[in-house]
Design a protein around this ligand. Sequence first.
Ligand code: ADP
Ligand code: MG
Length: 317
Amino acid sequence: MLAPQAPPHFAIEAKGLDKTYGRQGKGQATHALKGIDLAIPRGSFFGLLGPNGAGKSTFINILGGLVVKSGGTASIWGNDIDRDPMNARGAIGIVPQEINIDPYFTPEEALELQAGYYGVPKAERQTEAILRAVGLWDKRAAYARTLSGGMKRRLLVAKAMVHAPPILVLDEPTAGVDVELRRQLWDYVRSLHARGVTIVLTTHYLEEAQELCDTIAIINRGEVIACEPTPQLIGRLDKKTLVVTPQATLDQPISGFDDVAFATRPTGAFTLTYRTSEHSVEELLDRVRAAGVSIKDLSIEEADLEDVFVELTTSKS
Ligand code: ADP
Ligand code: MG
């Protein structure tokens, strides 16, 4: 008898994954993925972060068998997507970016149908438990077309979980989801993660990735430009900007700020951009006051995705 297969170290592994859209067709070809290497550890809560058009959905859809890759290899739970597509697909649940729910099925029917596709025996189906977990049990008999955007999104998550895959991928799941439902969604996803499910989340919100993910890969124009544990990545982006509105508009730049980036804004405010590892707000404010400026208002701006790119693409050494 064969020993049960040891779980793989990587839930998902891509090597040199490449995709060009429209090579044969008319119009311009788009090189959407440029030889991506990515290894997503089993058990991680992994963020795939990048702006619109970066290639996130292309990557996900290759894994889901919706997009045919142009080159490279990918495996899901140790199963090569070309050589062993059935096992590869069975190991992953994907919540697509686009809502594609048949409007004439109820949530209960949609889940039963999906379970049927995956060959889950009736006795093993978890329809009620899953619908309860995503907060749709009350709506089990409602036509999907009557559900709100947030409910549809949660129904997609439920559908992705019917075959109890060890990996759940969510492609930009918070689009059109309000704050309350977003919290519910994250509670559910976190509970799955706590039970050992590997979670992959794509987003263009740095904050979202930062809050949820233990590891973040940044993808830009079809290339992975960073992949590291979240604290390490954020640590590299420790820039903040202190925005100070003085009581009286400055007629000249204040002196004594050679060690931080000083700039002025058309509003009359000036900004001090600093590294949190090198300066504290308190120290900077003391120095502003010492320079004779009385402060009318102030705020702090954190690095956003744009800053991350600037930082990562200019400080590559
Ligand atoms: P993201 O999900 O990060 O926003 P996508 O993977 O959707 O990025 O898109 C990556 C690039 O590929 C973009 O330039 C996009 O316009 C292009 N693209 C995506 N899907 C198709 C398609 N079906 N046909 C042609 N080009 C596409
Ligand atoms: Mg996308």
